[in-house]
Design a protein around this ligand. Structure first.
Ligand SMILES: Cc1ncc(COP(=O)(O)O)c(C=O)c1O
Length: 341
């Protein structure tokens, strides 16, 4: 038996919607709070399972690609278990995710065009495969195509949902590369065959959406989405996701970035859930599913809230009205009177 790798990931709460669900034509809505994992995203489930596997093989060095959350998680777990890691990220990854990686001692490689241009992204992947093929380091990518053992760890999300909400009818999962959706969809079919898992992808990066809509195979796209985590412009696990959609009976919902930012605002203001935009994409998809009649009144819906708001403070900032400057002590009562009026 190798060393157990854990930081307490998984076992996340499923909380009932207090206000948004009631507005969604009576849908019974709940949020699976994956943002409470140790480094703030569901990726901890992946990294814990993958590192346990790598440590058992004697790996001491990892190279990863990340939009931010995989890297933050890998950096933390590598710090804890004494591995070295280097992480390739897109040039405009949110500062807080980069800070997390650097705080834990990861070597960052920010690459222009990575995660937006399919050519750049594929070329970088080819370089990384070449570098890691020599056995110098393990390549860590949160996708079945690269790290199937780690992705097994993500499947626990579905088992937990079934235990927490046995009557679940619809699960909404955000899609970037497609691995998260594929993991949850596959495991939901095994544990609750009647439930449908739906894919929610930004219209600005429609790898899965195009393949489903046009009934063809996955083709690369030039990504225009600003949703960190959901910009994956070529087929990593998109083909697998499309296959799971076809076999599992889920739908693919396209959402505009503006709808996702609006969903993030609603979750902040009406549910008290501090999530990053990618963590609000599922809600934007659920809204579309209700509008299109896919969800019937009274059906139990679960949205995956995949990442914490502290990961992307600029997006949170865009939802607030900045407070004024400091007050003189004798101006407090007057300010409160104006506020309550
Ligand atoms: C917060 C968050 N949600 C969803 C996803 C999408 O996961 P996948 O790339 O497996 O589709 C990511 C991926 O980085 C993410 O960081």
């Amino acid at each position: 038996m190798g060393r157990r790798v854990t930081m307490g990931e998984g076992g996340t709460p499923l909380v009932e919607s207090c206000r948004i669900g009631a507005k969604l034509l009576g849908a019974r809505l709940a949020f699976k709070l994956e943002m409470v994992n140790p480094t703030g995203s569901y990726k901890d489930r992946f990294i814990a399972a993958e590192l346990e596997h790598l440590l058992a093989r004697g790996v001491r060095v990892c190279v990863a690609t990340s939009s931010g959350n995989t890297g933050a998680s890998l950096a933390a777990y590598c710090a804890r278990y004494g591995l070295a890691c280097a992480i390739v990220v897109n040039a405009d990854a949110p500062a807080a995710k980069l800070l997390q990686m650097e705080a834990h001692g990861a070597r960052l490689l920010r690459v222009t065009g990575f995660a937006t241009s399919p050519e750049v992204t594929e070329a970088v992947f080819a370089d990384l495969r070449e570098f890691t093929d020599g056995g110098r380091a393990a390549l860590v990518v949160s996708a079945f195509r690269y790290c199937p053992v780690g992705m097994e760890g993500v499947k626990a999300i579905a088992r937990e949902i079934v235990a927490q909400a046995p009557d679940v009818a619809h699960v909404f999962a955000p899609v970037g590369g497609g691995g998260l959706f594929a993991a949850v969809s596959a495991e939901m079919r095994r544990n609750s065959p009647g439930a449908r898992v739906h894919a929610v992808q930004p219209n600005g990066c429609p790898t899965v959406l195009n393949a489903v809509r046009l009934s063809k195979s996955v083709e690369p796209v030039e990504s225009a989405t600003r949703l960190s985590g959901l910009s994956v412009p070529f087929d990593i696990d998109a083909s697998l996701a499309v296959r799971m959609l076809r076999e599992g009976g889920g739908e693919a919902f396209g959402v505009d970035d503006t709808e996702v930012f609006e969903a993030q605002r609603e979750m902040l203001r009406e549910e008290g859930i501090y999530c990053e935009p990618a963590g609000a994409a599922a809600l934007a998809g659920a809204r579309r599913a209700v509008a299109s009649g896919v969800v019937k009144p009274g059906e139990r819906c679960v949205c995956l809230v995949t990442g914490h708001g502290s990961k992307d403070t600029a997006s949170v900032q865009s939802h607030i009205t900045p407070a004024g400057g400091p007050l003189a002590p004798d101006a407090v009562q007057q300010a409160l009177r104006e506020w309550i009026a």
